[in-house]
Every structure is written in C-alpha cells, then in structure tokens.
Design a protein around this ligand. Structure first.
Ligand code: PMP
Length: 305
C-alpha cells in the first residue's frame, strides 16, 4: 500500500503518496493513542459524493476528545481534506482513512509535550467481506475474546488501540475458516463484529445491541435505524444473547467498510434459511439507494467532492 502513485493529505498539505512517512519513535506507534475514521465515497447519481462526511468528522473529533487529544485542524479543514484527497487521486468511489496521531518529540506513557498530526488517505476498496458474502451471507464465529468493557478502553472512541482486540478476534475466526468474528461484551451479551455493528431480525422486528454493550456508535448502524423506520419496521435496541442470534430469522453486519453484509451462520448454526433474508435484502437495497444518490430524501447525507 505504501509504494504507489497518488496523493495523501498530510498535516494540511497534499504530499506524494510515497513521501507520507513518519518516524519510528512516533508515540502512537508505541502506545496506541490515536483515533481514526473509515469513510466511503460513492459514484453517486449527482457525482462522486462522500457519505455522511460531517458525521464521520464529528465522530473523529469526539474520539479525539475522549482520548484528550487536540486535533490541530478545524472540522471544516478535515472535511475539505477528504474531498481534496478524492479529487487528487481521481477516484470515483473509494474508502477514506483519516487518522490522528501523536508525534515523536518524546516517549513515555504520557503523550503531553508531543505534537498531534493528521492525515487522510483514500483508495479503491470493494466489498469488505466479499461480493459473494453480500449476496449469500457470511459465516461468523463467536469470539473467545471479550469486547472491551465500556470502562477499560473507551468504546465510543474509534481509537487505534481498540483494534488489537478486533485483530485478535478476526484472526481467530478467519484462521478457523470463518469470515468474521462476533464479540460478546464482558457480561456475555452480543456486542459487535471486529469492525461492524450487528443486527438480527425476528418476527419482522429488527434488533441491535444498545451501546452499553461496548459497540461503536456506527454511522451505518444509525443509517439502518433510519431505513428501518422508513420501511415501517420496528427497531429495538436492547441486550441480545448469543442464542437469540442462533434462533433469529435473519442477521446482518453493518459498517462503512462492510456496508450491509448478511450473516448466514453463527458457530455453524444456520440462521433462518441460511441465506440472505428478505428483510436484510430490503434494507441492503435501501442502503445502496441512499449512498448512490437514488433516494432524494437523504441527499443531505451526500457531500459532493
Ligand atoms: N464497530 C467497529 C468496531 C468498527 O470498527 C466499525 C467500523 N467503523 C463499526 C462498528 C461500524 O461503524 P461505521 O458504520 O460508522 O463504519
């Protein structure tokens, strides 16, 4: 990923992709105090547009606040940086990665006395869990790793360090032949995937864990709450158990990278008919209509680059 043509926005300037480098004594590299976002731009009807750009930037600043980091740029600058990166790399649709990290002036646990830096990169990225998974559903394994407790790492921050837990869970699941992991919270209730929020459908009602289960407040999750309402579906945010997923009619993951990915199996137990369910398909269709600019009701969620 490092050796290619293109531009990366780095501390306020567009620099050549290969020159976007940091020092080995970068504080964040050692202690993991950093925050980031995952954003997507789509080749929408009205032209390439970043989906829910302002909401992602807002979450980035909130993540930084939780970690007591001060981003040395305004939200407007970070929004403009993302548009500039899409344009500079001539991308029609892409994934964007804004990252905020602590510099290399000094080491030691306390980051105080260090500078804070920001960058935005963008590249083409197709279906995160595979095209086939989008249609047929993916196979998921309950992780042996517990998702972060809300008072251990801060789960409303999209913090770099939270992802060690995600990486462990994802490697365990994929090494065992599954597509993704489902993590439970410290009390044993369903929390989220390694990089996705989770939903189940039972008797026509849509359920998702409430955020006290340590799940990230996903922007796609929030989009699904709107879509479900528009489709006349009841949505309940509550504690969900692992066996409630086994006996659900349908299940799916949501995320900027994963978009809306059906889950067909958990721990080798088929969910519903073991395929993408009809409610999931409807929600998925509505989601892609919105991000691709085919639903004027949500035009305000698309920031034209
Ligand atoms: N949970 C985790 C752990 C994630 O990494 C992500 C991806 N950002 C999500 C949920 C989904 O969030 P969003 O829909 O905002 O991408």
């Amino acid at each position: 990923l490092a050796d290619r043509d293109g531009k990366i926005w780095f501390d306020g300037e567009l620099v050549d992709w290969r020159d976007a480098k940091i020092h080995v004594l970068t504080h964040t590299l050692h202690y993991g105090c950093g925050v980031f976002e995952g954003v997507r731009a789509y080749a929408a009807l009205g032209g390439t547009s970043i989906f829910r750009l302002e909401d992602h930037t807002e979450r980035l600043f909130n993540s930084a606040k939780v970690l007591r980091m001060k981003i040395p740029f305004s939200k407007e600058q970070v929004n403009e940086a993302q548009k500039a990166v899409v344009r500079a790399n001539k991308l029609q649709s892409c994934y964007l990665r804004p990252l905020v990290w602590i510099g290399s002036e000094k080491l030691g646990v306390s980051p105080r006395g260090n500078t804070v830096h920001a960058m935005v990169a963008a590249w083409s990225w197709g279906a995160y869990l595979g095209e086939d998974g989008m249609k047929r559903g993916i196979r998921v394994k309950t992780s042996s790793y517990t998702r972060h407790h809300v008072n251990i790492t801060m789960t409303q921050a999209k913090a770099v360090s939270n992802y060690t837990n995600s990486i462990l869970a994802n490697m365990e699941a994929t090494d065992d032949g599954y597509d993704e992991a489902l993590l439970l919270d410290a009390s044993g209730f369903v929390s989220e995937g390694s990089g996705e929020n989770v939903f189940i459908v039972k008797g026509g009602v849509v359920y998702t864990p409430d955020l006290s289960a340590g799940a990230l407040n996903g922007i796609t999750r929030n989009t699904i709450l709107h879509i479900a309402k528009d489709l006349g579906l009841e949505v309940v945010q509550k504690r969900i158990t692992r066996d409630e997923v086994y006996i659900a009619d349908e299940a799916f993951f949501t995320g900027t990278a994963a978009e809306v990915t059906p889950i067909r199996e958990l721990d080798r137990v088929e969910i519903g008919s073991g395929a993408r369910g009809p409610v999931t398909e409807k929600i998925q269709g509505a989601f892609f209509d919105i991000v691709n600019g085919r639903n004027p009701q949500y035009a305000h969620w698309l920031a034209k680059v």
